[in-house]
Design a binder for this molecule. Structure first.
Ligand code: HEM
Length: 128
């Protein structure tokens, strides 16, 4: 179990760094030919976070943190997919900032959950 979480953690780290770099390039108005790579990495990060959160149940990780991660893992692709259509015009920068924060938050949540799972053992019935 911990091996899977370790792999997911590194997937999110690497994909997150590349997605962030591509996203910042997009923000600068360049790299649009790489948008599909950015989106693919974003979906990968979201799926990895969702899986990590599901695996966290039954381990000594706060269920509310895991539920937050599940909602977050759904919000990242939802906002990302609607990105172009949300608040078009002068207010669009608000969506861009929310999108960036959701991406960074997904990485941060995966670090917190993986860190807690690495430090704890699974709950076993009857364990003290
Ligand atoms: C399924 C997930 C994701 C999808 C579908 C997605 C989609 C997009 C799209 C379509 C844009 C271009 C917006 C435009 O300028 O027209 C964009 C930009 C951007 N993305 Fe993502 N993205 C995802 C995940 C992420 C993640 C995980 C990060 C950070 C780690 C991130 C960071 C950024 C940044 C900084 C920008 C530039 C600012 C902005 O337009 O919001 N994205 N993304």
């Amino acid at each position: 179990m911990n091996n899977i979480v370790h792999v997911l953690r590194w997937m999110i780290r690497i994909a997150g760094l590349v997605a962030l770099g591509l996203g910042l390039a997009l923000w600068n108005g360049t790299g649009y030919d790489l948008l599909s790579i950015h989106q693919g990495l974003g979906f990968l990060i979201s799926a990895a976070l969702l899986l990590m959160a599901v695996l966290g149940f039954g381990q000594r990780v706060s269920p509310s943190l895991l539920v937050l991660a599940l909602l977050w893992g759904l919000a990242v692709p939802a906002v990302g997919s609607l990105q172009g259509r949300l608040l078009p015009g002068d207010g669009h920068w608000i969506i861009e900032v929310i999108h960036l924060l959701l991406g960074l938050g997904a990485i941060a949540l995966s670090e917190i959950i993986a860190g807690r799972m690495a430090r704890t053992r699974p709950l076993t019935p009857g364990a003290a």
